[in-house]
Design a protein around this ligand. Structure first.
Ligand SMILES: [Cu+2]
Length: 510
């Protein structure tokens, strides 16, 4: 589908209103439903799934430390919008097709409310997965001010539920950040970037089969999904009319598998102020920002003195990343900023020279080093099946950090693609990356490094919950397990990988 770009205004999701709020906390109810919504003015409306009748769902805004309860309500039809592969883990014929469970990505949360993939529930909680514990989830929000997001996480169909539209922003704010005088209010705009394929009748297209169809299967999971059209906040190639002043944008890659490498065609700098889990030590001026699925970066863009101009946000990340196909005209453009609004008042917001204290965790603090491989395997249909540490989802738990300890996880990527690895609950720091000899490793199970130690990119110097593990490299992260105990997950955030079977449970022991 070729649709005229930059004719539709960027939608900004509304902020969710609570059912009630008192000194103990705040209670929300959020329904998931199927409805029709316009993704582009030249297309008929699209049937999507969303929260509170919106895709993306309403933005949930909370304070650091505020206790929040959310009743997530499944009011979806019993038939799925998209083709289900019943051969992948957790999606066999013995479970209902339409299952949901909500994960707040980046959340500091008890395990029973984390959105464990087997804690799914159906309409009216009629059926539930074996790890379902409660209808009302409780969030501690023991995080600094940060850009988080919520999305579906049901085992074996996460890629379909999220593609259908079950995604939204979850922003944590606090007085410390408010005192910094960053661009705020209508000058603080979240941007959720995704790719999709749309049929001429407006309906969502998701493949029933890979390019080489799998013999014997009506529907088969694909190795990765890459759409030919980019959307921001649920609108195809939108435009945003802005004032000639500074804006804060919260960039989120919410695509199934596509990486985005974002630039402005004006060549100007974006001042990154936050990573996945909060403000950085100091702002970093960058001309491009690479975001793998689920990564976030908050940036300040200054449109001062650019009155009347139009600035394009472009993307040039190959798919799969990093050695795949280049982008085309459609996937190479994200959205347009039109500096056409009059300045409503003098811009007094600032880009502070210092943002937040940040202390590097010392490697010596680690009591355990885990060597964890990212592996290619093949299933009984001859399809690629990606694994973590040679194990699938059903294998017994092997990562069992003790509460209060610090660990180094060495992610040994033996595959040809980059994988965004996400750990639930915790926030970590990246130590370094280093090339190694994959063939020798496969033969001898020993790591022979073939390159120098590479420090994290400037844009990664902060708290992270999702990190690129690049091909033929060992990526080391350092993690402190200090907020909750219980059963969580770690996984690749390319959703087609996560669903098959690049996801593992991990257990934080008391
Ligand atoms: Cu992956």
């Amino acid at each position: 589908m070729r649709l005229t770009p930059f004719i539709d205004e960027l939608p900004v999701p509304s902020v969710l209103k609570p059912q009630w709020k008192n000194t103990h906390g705040t209670y929300y109810e959020v329904s998931m439903t199927e409805f029709r919504q316009s993704l582009h003015s030249e297309l008929p409306d699209t049937t999507v799934w969303g929260y509170q009748g919106n895709y993306p769902g309403p933005t949930i805004e909370v304070e650091s430390g505020e206790t929040v309860w959310i009743k997530w309500i499944n009011s979806l039809p019993s038939k799925h919008l998209l083709p289900i592969d019943h051969t992948v883990h957790g999606a066999h014929r013995d479970v209902p097709d339409v299952r949901t469970v909500v994960h707040v990505h980046g959340a500091c949360v008890e395990w029973e409310s984390d959105g464990y993939p087997e804690a799914w529930f159906t309409r009216g909680f009629a059926e539930t997965g074996r790890f379902f514990r409660k209808e009302i989830h409780q969030y501690a929000n023991c995080n600094p001010a940060s850009t988080h997001w919520y999305h579906d996480h049901a085992l074996g169909i996460t890629r379909l539920n999220m593609y259908a539209g079950l995604v939204g922003f979850y922003l944590i704010r606090n007085s410390r950040e408010r005192a910094m005088n960053l661009p705020s209010g209508k000058y603080d705009v979240p941007l959720m970037i995704q790719d999709k394929k749309l049929n001429a009748d407006g309906s969502l297209y998701y493949p029933r089969q890979p390019e080489q169809p799998v013999a014997g299967l009506d529907v088969s999971i694909v190795p990765e999904f890459f759409g030919d059209t980019l959307l921001v906040n649920g609108k195809v190639h939108p435009c945003l009319r802005v004032e000639p002043r500074k804006y804060r944008f919260r960039l989120l890659n919410a695509a199934n598998s596509r990486f985005f490498r974002l630039k402005l065609d004006s060549g100007q700098l974006m001042y990154q102020i936050a990573t996945d889990d909060g403000l950085m030590k100091q702002p970093v001026g960058v001309t491009e920002i690479l975001l793998s699925p689920a990564e976030r970066a908050d940036v300040i863009i200054d449109f001062s003195n650019l009155q009347g101009q139009k600035i394009l946000m472009t993307n040039d990340a190959p798919v799969p990343f990093p050695d795949g196909e280049p982008v085309d005209e459609s996937t190479g453009r994200v959205m347009q900023f039109q500096i056409t609004l009059p300045l409503s008042h003098i811009d007094t917001s600032v880009i502070p020279a210092r943002l937040a204290p940040f202390h590097k965790i010392s490697e010596r603090a680690a009591s355990q080093v885990r060597l964890l491989t990212l592996d290619d395997a093949t299933d009984r249909y001859g399809r690629e099946r990606l694994l973590l540490n040679q194990r699938g989802w059903e294998a017994p738990v092997t990562e069992t950090p003790k509460f209060g300890t610090t660990e180094i996880w060495s992610l040994i990527n033996t595959t040809a693609d980059s994988h965004p690895i996400h750990l639930h609950l915790v926030h970590f720091q990246i130590l370094d990356r280093r090339d190694f000899d994959v063939e020798a490793f496969k033969k001898e199970k020993k790591i022979y490094y073939t390159g120098p130690v590479l420090p994290p990119d400037p844009q990664e110097c902060g708290w992270k919950d999702t990190i690129r593990a690049d091909p033929r490299q060992v990526t080391r992260i350092i993690v402190h397990f200090s907020t909750f105990t219980g059963l969580y997950v770690w996984h690749c955030h390319m959703l087609e990988h996560e669903d098959y079977e690049m996801m593992r449970p991990y257990l934080i022991l008391r």
